[in-house]
Design a protein around this ligand. Sequence first.
Ligand code: KIV
Ligand code: ZN
Length: 510
Amino acid sequence: MARKIHIFDTTLRDGEQSPGASMNTEEKLIVAQQLIRLGVDVIEAGFPISSPGDFRSVNEIGRIAGDDCVVCGLTRAIDKDIDVAAEALKSAKRPRIHTGLGVSPSHMRDKLHMTEDQVVERATHCVQYAKRYVEDVEFYAEDAGRAEEAFLIRVIQAAVDAGATVVNIPDTTGYNLPEAWGRRIKALSDNVRGIENVTISVHTHNDLGMATALALAGVANDATQIECTINGLGERAGNTALEEVVMAIKMHGDALDAYTDINTRELTRASRLVTRITGMNVQANKAIVGANAFAHSSGIHQDGVLKRRDTYEIIDPADVGAAGSEIILSARSGHAALRHRLEQLGYSFEDAAFEDVYTRFLEVADQKKEVYDEDLESIVQERERDVDAVYTLNALQVSCGDPLIPTATATITDELGVRHVVAATGTGPVDAAYKAIDQVVAIHGDLQEFAVKAVTRGIDALGEVVVRVAAEDGRVYTGRGSDTDIIVSSAKAYVNAINRMINTARANRA
Ligand code: KIV
Ligand code: ZN
């Protein structure tokens, strides 16, 4: 029978201690509601004695949680703290008091100024004192990761004997290596009498980037509760990330002989909610919930994923509530990725035409980090415009500024394949470009309207220019052009309008 691993969420207590992540009661209630939807077993809602706001949060969350989950309040091993936590938890149907103190030499000597005997005595007292209020009492041995192992066993034995229902073993400073940490948890499991009737909890921090590995090492060595936060929020480098341990257990449940009751489809929503409320952004390459967690950028990976998703993805994005795998089109993307995306947008091309689009795509991709759908639409539309091109703008170079005279040099190929290189000056860069183009084209138009807009996102967006040009007979022709450089877009739009003018004139003569 696989073991159920209890998920103890401390986003609202340890997570909230993260610099800049503080939340008010209303915000905490919104997060708590999402934690309930996720199916966490315990919500650590705050540290009631620390402020009236924390007291209120614990109280209100106790009210909304009902039977859905345990609601826990943190205390120091001080009677007054426990009194206040008990008061705050009165609204909870399933209250838990979380109490304890430091057990490492450094915490006992430098912070608490207590001897080992005094710490053991205080551990016994605080558990017994909390038990006067609630049945469910969790004892934490702060900095257990750097405690003398024999002493840690002694303190935990005292807490179990005093009636603790859960013993929390924190690697408060994220100091351990996973294997050694696993041995430490096993030593407690093997040597504390009666611990088989108590939940062993692991509470690990990420100072060496190993919080998730440490938590799982605990699970592999008899821990059945993990303390964690959404997005790994928390003091310094953070706590264990809930989404990471939950997905690791889901994926490796057989090896770990374990499962959780978390509704993993709510993970992405939970992550985004906490990001929005705290303003603490998640790095793009963060496991499970980062913006790039299911994004594929290299051509080789894209080809693999398009053939079969699991060639490069171990998690189905739907399982964590993410929108889906994403193919990022960039200069590293290959034919398969581009063809796939174009087909999704409703465009299909014969091979030769596709090569044209691919070439233009690479030109755009070389100028931009990422090519978006709007860029592709623009590339395709531009190609459609160019099918009957009489003149093609091959290159444009413009120099301008204050006090320079705007000068444009354009290279244009006509329908006979003759290349023309022309230069002109103008009142501005667009005027100079248009005057250069006028030197080549056999027909002249009068520019009546000029509009420019960004068609895609970002500073490197493709800019589209739309011009309206009047022919000598008064008819007005629209031309469009797009490029990351709007002067080039302007020149392309003008050439496009001229081409349409010439084609219409030819059609009328025929
Ligand atoms: O990291 C830690 O030791 C803690 C305790 C208060 C449980 O957060
Ligand atoms: Zn902590």
